[in-house]
Design a protein around this ligand. Structure first.
Ligand SMILES: Nc1nc2c(ncn2[C@@H]2O[C@H](COP(=O)(O)OP(=O)(O)OP(=O)(O)O)[C@@H](O)[C@H]2O)c(=O)[nH]1
Ligand SMILES: [Mg+2]
Length: 453
């Protein structure tokens, strides 16, 4: 167990909240906490309600006491939950620092949890990913990591490689004797099995980077279709200027839109008309040049966004505007101006997708549009149940597979070379959790051997 100094920090989010949490961890945590707590702290651990004395001021609160090693960090740990005033939390922290605690660095509580064996590296990464998760998908992937699922999935293949290596090394040690522990064919089969399991894990996993990617959705349509009004309605604030003058929006604007399962970036661009006859840049006319640039920016957004939403004013009978890619959704706007059913009022502009009819003014159809956007951006059910890997995990698994593939090629070349490659594969796999060294593993496996010599 690593016993460093005693660290303290405000552990709740910055800003006003109902409660704030100040945490202190390390050998002196209980002593420093006791100096502030008025009354008895639960000696065996647990929580109690009472008061603290902060700079001579009596403040009501809760104290949660954890004894090493049964705490988040593995050390003695005390948490104060106090009324949500940032100034009070700051004063409490300063009291703890005056007592001798050190201000904790970023991630230091979790680093201690790792060094004290409370978490493996993948679980610590899961904690960080949970904190930064921006969508439900990312959150559930982070939780799976935090629960140690990756380490669990890797355990059988790590054991298989370690056992194979152990058998090879025993074979090398006993090579003078007429006893075979692992035939070359058995070694090859085990290597192929390990490689197959890792390949399958990679194939069935998604990348954290992909989940963390904020979906970008661009709203396109003719000028005046109501794009900026919808952006404002979905974002919940006046992000874009709206007016009855066609061509109000010139630059690319965006706003975060919270949906049921996460945030998206909704992008509003200048309205698009039919392709101008002159696509050479507008000649010398500065207005035409500006229009041309607006159009270029809008089309670049259409190409780069994850999804395109086409907006057409209901009853617009003109042919659809041409886009470099097909829209994923079509929205019929200003529906309250038209009393008939959507099907009967939608003109040629809606081919071929069935539109979602909305009115940004009355709010009608907006919940359905939010749902459709949520499905479009977060509806990937395969990603929902898949294990998510970050770049470090993928690199380590790739390294292990490369070593296994070299081992497979060395199968006939003698056990020493094979053992070398398997040890490297084991190193790479061990680096993922950061907890198991190949020697630990080999020790564990050798201890089950009964050679009796
Ligand atoms: N009646 C009604 N009018 C709307 C609705 N949505 C937008 N409008 C009006 O339509 C006009 C154009 O709206 P904008 O949001 O500026 O349209 P836009 O598509 O961003 O237009 P450009 O920026 O010029 O491309 C404004 O006068 C809005 O008030 C709606 O749901 N109902
Ligand atoms: Mg606009």
């Amino acid at each position: 167990m690593i016993s460093g100094d005693t660290i303290a920090a405000i552990s709740s989010a910055v800003g006003t909240a109902a409660r704030m949490v100040v945490r202190v961890s390390g050998p002196e945590a209980w002593e420093y906490a006791r100096r502030l707590w008025v009354g008895e702290m639960p000696a065996a651990g647990g929580a109690t309600r009472g008061g603290l004395s902060i700079r001579g001021m009596r403040v009501p609160g809760w104290v949660y006491c954890f004894r090493s090693p049964r705490s988040y960090t593995g050390e003695d740990l005390v948490e104060f939950h106090i009324p949500g005033n940032p100034l009070l939390a700051k004063m409490l922290l300063e009291n703890l620092l005056d007592s001798g605690a050190r201000s904790a660095g970023p991630g230091e509580f979790t680093a201690r949890a790792y060094f004290n064996g409370r978490l493996d590296l993948t679980q610590a990464e899961g904690v960080a990913a949970t904190i930064s998760a921006g969508s439900e998908l990312e959150l559930s992937a982070a939780r799976r990591l935090m629960a140690g699922e990756l380490a669990r999935r890797l355990a059988p293949v790590t054991d298989l490689v370690a056992q194979t290596l152990a058998l090879l090394e025993v074979g090398i040690d006993f090579s003078d004797e007429d006893v075979s522990f692992l035939s070359p064919a058995q070694a090859t089969e085990r290597i192929a099995q390990a490689d197959g399991t890792l390949t399958q894990l990679l194939a069935e996993s998604v990348r954290f980077e992909r989940l963390a990617h904020e979906p970008r959705v661009v709203l396109v349509g003719r000028p005046n279709a109501g794009k900026s009004t919808l952006l404002n309605a979905l974002a919940g604030h006046e992000r874009a200027v709206v007016s009855p003058v066609a061509g109000t929006t010139r630059d690319v604007l965006w706003a975060h839109v919270p949906l049921a399962r996460g945030l998206i970036r909704l992008i509003d661009v200048a309205g698009l008309e039919e392709t101008p006859e002159d696509s050479s840049g507008g000649g010398d006319d500065p207005h035409r040049q500006i229009e041309q640039r607006m159009r270029e920016h809008a089309l670049r957004c259409v190409e780069e966004a994850d999804h395109v939403v086409l907006m057409v004013e209901a009853r617009d009978e003109r042919p659809p505007i041409s886009l470099p890619r097909a829209p994923a959704l079509t929205v019929a706007s200003k529906i309250e101006l038209h009393t008939n059913s959507v099907e009967s009022i939608c003109g040629a502009g809606f081919q071929p997708a069935r539109p979602i009819a909305i009115s940004a003014h009355t709010g009608s159809g907006i919940p359905a549009l939010r749902e459709a956007l949520d499905r479009l951006c977060f509806g990937d059910t395969s990603a929902r149940s898949a294990m998510a890997l970050n770049a470090r995990h993928v690199r380590a698994i790739d390294e292990a597979r490369e070593s296994l593939s070299r081992a497979a090629q060395q199968a006939g070349a003698g056990p020493e070379l094979l053992a070398l490659e398997l040890r490297e594969a084991l190193d790479a796999l061990g680096s993922i959790s950061g907890r198991i060294s190949p020697d630990d593993l080999l020790g564990r496996i050798f201890s089950t051997f009964c050679i009796g010599k």
